[in-house]
Design a protein around this ligand. Structure first.
Ligand code: FAQ
Length: 315
């Protein structure tokens, strides 16, 4: 990256004044190294999440129960590949190359969302992932669309539009099954029992245990905290799930008319941190699948590089 000047209190104050005025920070602008570092961390984790996030639903494409459902799921999984592309590009505007980011993922040094380490056991899980996992992702991403870094914020606008469709198709599926036969209702309930807590966890630790939040909020990368986004998610989804006759697997879930919010019971943070550390149900399998895909795609990357070199030599 071009050296735009060392950090000084004046530069930092000018940078923070721009953020306070609602200006977007763009790739060529001066920024503190910690801001750049935070963005690379978050955007690359986000990109990896989209790409690893293709695996749980991708596994169900050959088993979709109808051509219509198959087409919808194919389109959704392709969208997620596209989201990974936008996000790796956004990270590259900060002076890193996607090869470094992907190497970190494949070597197990990078994080991606905890939620994709859980197995989708039945077709109803595909609907529940759309409704809950995309629902949680949208709450977080609508917030990130306001983020102070221009390329990330613009990528989020586009991604949110597509995720909204993913959310709707998931909800439509779960509503169909929740109002269907006794067997379909049981499948929808079983899927909810397994995806409710991982969906709450994916929005990150409580604010009191979130070391990055204060700096991210100060610099307008996050405009809401993890707990605020989680509250929005619960306030929207808990009543809708109950409305269709499903039971949210939380005996402490209750609506408090005094504050107008739905309150959930305690989250199992030991489980969350175990999954983040790599000890979730499918962490090893997910990384192995990504490593295999990387190796199987090697010839394509080599062919593209050879073609580009030949064009350059003959230009
Ligand atoms: N999983 O200080 P905080 C999707 C880590 S996209 C794993 O609170 P922060 C689309 C965190 O990195 C879903 N690790 O962190 C889709 C940090 O470790 P580090 C992904 C987690 O950044 C749908 C440490 O814990 N979305 O689903 C998780 O302030 C359906 C301390 O945490 C994004 O990535 C977790 N869940 O807040 C695709 C959005 N939570 O890095 C297919 C961008 C926390 O210091 C199908 N990211 N950690 O070593 C963010 O908004 C934020 O990074 C948070 C975490 C909110 C995820």
């Amino acid at each position: 990256m071009a050296d735009l000047g060392a950090e000084s209190p004046e530069r930092l104050a000018a940078f923070e004044a721009r953020i306070a005025a609602g200006e977007k920070i763009e790739p060529g602008d001066w920024m503190p190294e910690a801001y750049r570092h935070q963005l690379v961390r978050m955007i690359s984790q986000h990109a990896h999440s989209e790409v690893v996030g293709m695996l749980p639903e991708g596994a169900w494409i050959p088993r979709a129960p109808s051509l219509r459902r198959k087409l919808i799921l194919l389109a959704k999984v392709q969208d997620e590949a596209g989201h990974g592309q936008y996000l790796y590009h956004a990270a590259e505007t900060l002076g890193v190359h996607r090869d470094e980011l992907i190497a970190a993922l494949l070597e197990g040094r990078a994080k991606y969302s905890s939620v994709f380490n859980y197995p989708p056991l039945t077709w109803a899980d595909v609907g529940m992932i759309g409704w809950l996992v995309d629902g949680a992702a949208i709450k977080n991403q609508v917030m990130l669309a306001q983020c102070s870094y221009g390329p990330y914020s613009r990528a989020m606008v586009r991604i949110c539009a597509e995720e909204t469709f993913h959310h709707k198709q998931g909800k439509e599926m779960v509503l169909t099954y929740a109002r269907g036969t006794a067997h379909q209702r049981a499948m929808a309930q079983d899927a909810l029992d397994r995806w409710w807590w991982p969906s709450l966890m994916m929005l990150g630790p409580h604010d009191s245990d979130s070391p990055n939040t204060p700096q991210l909020v100060r610099w307008g990368v996050k405009t809401k905290t993890n707990d605020q986004v989680r509250q929005e998610f619960v306030d929207e989804h808990a009543p809708e799930l109950l409305e269709v006759g499903l039971e949210v697997p939380d005996p402490e879930l209750r609506f408090d008319p005094a504050d107008g919010h739905w309150h959930h019971g305690p989250i199992d943070w030991d489980e969350f941190w175990a999954v983040v550390r790599g000890d979730g149900p499918l962490n090893a399998e997910r990384l192995e699948a990504r490593r295999r895909a990387f190796e199987e795609g090697r010839w394509v990357r080599e062919a593209i590089a050879a073609h580009a070199a030949r064009r350059e030599a003959t230009a």
